[in-house]
Design a protein around this ligand. Sequence first.
Ligand code: ADP
Length: 499
Amino acid sequence: MAYIGSLDQGTSSTRFIVFDDSGKIVGQHQLEHTQILPQAGWVEHDAAEIWQRTQDVISGALKAARINGSDLAAIGITNQRETTVIWDKSTGAPLANAIVWQDTRTAEYLNSLSDQTKSTVTFKTGLAIAPYFSGSKMNWFLNHVPAVKTAVQEGRALVGTVDSWLVWNLSGGARGGVHVTDVTNASRTLLMNLETLDWDEELLNIFGVPRNLLPDIKSSSEIYAKTDPSGPLGSAIPIAGILGDQQSAMVGQACFDRGESKTTYGTGNFALLNTGTEIVRSKNGLLTTVCFKFGNQPTHYALEGSVAVTGSAIQWLRDQLQIINTAPEIEPLAKSVSDNGGVYFVPAFSGLFAPYWRNDARGVVVGLTRAATKAHLARAALEAICYQTRDVLDAMSADSGVKLPEMRVDGGITANELCMQMQADIMGVDVIRPLIIETTALGAAYAAGLAVGVFKDTTELRNKWQEGMRWKANSGSTLASDGYRLWKKAIERTLNWLD
Ligand code: ADP
């Protein structure tokens, strides 16, 4: 029996899960960290706190699994994407708080770039010009933090995404830590060329980031370094897999081939479609990104679509309208009526993302009559999750020419059976949740296990994927026909709201 550790460093918490070679969880530990909100639109994390939590969850999970660090064949890392850390390689201390993906402080700077520059960046990276991505965050550190300027002049600064910070620390930190990242994380920086898979001189110039601050870009599955025996694992274990969280879920869902996709339902939704070795450029507002690259094998790319508000709309019903006390209560409430009673809810709280990209949109509830109840609104909220997901998946099909044969799903909302049945009916394809729902952590464990030979190849991993639950599409559901038509009408009502 081989064990593999997966470090899942997320936006709100850090987890370490010990998997056995059948993919079963044998122990885990999870800790939250502080969300630092210095001013409107700014979101920061203390990278030192994240490193401390990392050490604590590793110790906690090993204890829970009743094994030692030396029992692990390898560890893999998956992480919140785009969040950017800058640190001093001589002391190991962060030079500033990490700037989190949600932080919008660099929006104005990005707006000031010329149209020509913007299209160069978009073409080379497959991304949108948005403050989410790491490039403008690095630019901000370099131009606004005096301690960073000094450290750069003195050759002491290193910058990277959270995976890089953690590998550097795990492999010894100031005593010789290794500075690397993987292609999936690098593909979220606005600095990596999608075709060459290397930092791009022109992009580095645009964002003013010196190449020597950046990590080396590696594949998602290879031995990058060994852990420092004086660290939390207590022995030298290969660090052998790195994947951004959404890409890791693709691997955990065994979406290894062109045309395979997964949708993760959480605070927001993230859908990725594997487009094989082809870089597909979106005409419908989706992102193009690296899906994974295992060792020397060909790179797989993906189209990615995100929906800003899905689970957070359920939180809004709970916290603001207080029509439910807990998120799961939405299901019995929505089930207490047989349909939405003509009520449509578009939670465009901060505009609409893909495929609409309308900042001027705001949320609406339409179709209200005297008969409408909170149960109809609850139902409309669940339908909104599914309709928004269909909008994004339809855009993916239009861009790629791939008609989805089925949907693989994961994330918190997939516990909601009614919602998943609606999704199947609205998409007209079966919705399938795997037996192991910790797909994000599993993906990084798979990548690490491949690199050290615990797993032979992706065929072996594909065979491990097991269906846990299937919601069969009811053909001819009115949700897919009239329902979707009315949804599109409701979308129109959200537009042009902001003057
Ligand atoms: P994240 O990883 O983004 O924090 P999770 O995968 O933990 O998200 O999912 C949490 C989200 O799912 C929350 O927004 C919550 O409101 C929603 N949620 C959790 N359980 C249910 C449920 N049974 N029905 C609908 N929404 C749910």
